[in-house]
Design a protein around this ligand. Sequence first.
Ligand code: AMP
Length: 597
Amino acid sequence: MASDYILGIDLGTTNSLVGVVDSGFPILLADGEGSRMTPSAVHYGPDGEVVVGSAAVRQRAVDVQHTVTSVKRLMGRRAGESAWQPPYDLAGLGKTAVQVSADILKHLKAVAERALEAPVTRAVITVPAFFNDAQRNATKLAGEQAGLTVERILAEPTAAALAYGLDKLEEHRRIAVYDLGGGTFDVSVLEMRDGVFQVLSTAGDTQLGGDDIDRTLAAWIWDNCGLDPARAYDDLQSLQRMRLIAAAEEAKKHLSSVSSTEVLLPFFLEQQSVQVTVTRSDLEGLTQPLMERTRKHCLRALADARCEVSDLHDVILVGGSTRMPLVRATVRAIFQREPDVSQNPDEAIGMGAVIQAGILAGSLRQVVLLDVTPLSLGIETFGGLMNVIIPRNSTIPCKAGEMFTNAVANQSEMLIRVLQGERELAKDNWELGRVAVPFPAGPKGSARVGVQFAIDANGILQVLARDTATQADTVLEIQNSAVDVDDSRVEQMIAESVDFAFEDMNERIWTEARLKSEELTTAVDEALIQCEGLLEPAETVKIRECNAEVRRLLGVEPHDARALKAANQALDEATQTLAVLLVERAMEAALERKLGL
Ligand code: AMP
């Protein structure tokens, strides 16, 4: 019999944690070695044995190719899509990122069951706020493969805020969560209002963290040790690089409390050893560019939340890398205040996951959590434009929809391309999936297809298209395999939408004007034939001139959207009498038909 426990799990890039609310208290559970932090590492042995955690990290030193680490960076991506290159070949091991994550989750489940002496089947799992749909789905799938019902996918900053107990403070609090872990960076602005948490904005980078500092420092150590100046760091064997990276991480951590440390790697190249002194200022010089990147995200999150630094009540730090003095100084400078460091930065997210699990299990007071969508979601419409259905930073769960019609006569299906991104043109956004919606063929504008986007509390998107005539539904599940995006470009997408705002807007106005022009010019040609001889010759000349001007502008490069819009309007005005004549003719024809003439 499964127990009523719901596990709270922080499935981290470097380390993972599992816990549960027991007798009203959130606790993190320790593994057989007495450690509450389980390294997110899995070693696959030659006979199919799977080793997870510290034991796997020990194996990494001797068998790097069969030891998978930082797999979170590969979640929800296709092979080779990630900017990050792992020192192992996942496909060669016959594994997917989801399977490796499932192995870690199985291990955490076993740790919990051993500590609780009861089987557990339900869990809350955290993901970076910046994880997109595919990545959240992949995480959920990993949970299911580990034999867990995933009750909630929880954004990490929201979990952290829960751990800091910010839900118990007075109302109308605004806080920022700065989370720099091993592999990812997130910054979010949250608001506590009437007992409800709301994420006002979120920004970050799924490819930025302590691992990057380790690699940069490892290369620096090699360049400065003078062992073999002719050999570049990248030309070292992967095992040698791993040794340097491990030493770099040790030195980095040490430099959070001392100002200088020595790196010593005996017998690095045969008899020769690596021996270098690294100072905190050396490390800070190498870390500074990463700090600048986090600063940009912080400013963006504040701007998106329409929030000034002075509107914030607290800034909390999460993630092991926030122990670095330079990180704290950076946060202090950006937010102009001392950050709250009262929680253990490694455990805050795990604790928050446990608290949320406790709330769901009914063992803790209810707090409603609201999250936001990191990027806009929409569909492609006629002319290749992006039609946003759910704007970025919308609170989830949410639903929104729109009615679409056929643009051409006798069309019998409509292709719905689901897009994610901030750009005005469909081609610049990412396609999450596509589905063809059939409907009975008819004249232009006769079909009525309702498209609804629904994002559930886990941030997973479902697209429903309904032909209102037949009531037939087409459902598109956005599954991880359908994502054709490079997720490390999420931040770039937002930056580009700002950089190209002017060009994009111009292209949108142009496309809209062009569609109108094409419709107008053909209609005017036909009307002139139908009403020949009924108009004043001068008026006909004027209409022809206006029509020719629209056609000329359609061919002009570069596109002049404003001129085309003006020409459309002039043509519209010039054809007022023509339009009246057309209506009269249509009425006469109808009357004749009625009278049987
Ligand atoms: P997390 O993903 O939150 O578990 O954070 C792990 C990252 O924090 C790794 O890159 C660690 O190297 C880093 N880290 C842990 N302790 C320290 C420390 N004392 N100083 C600097 N970085 C640290």
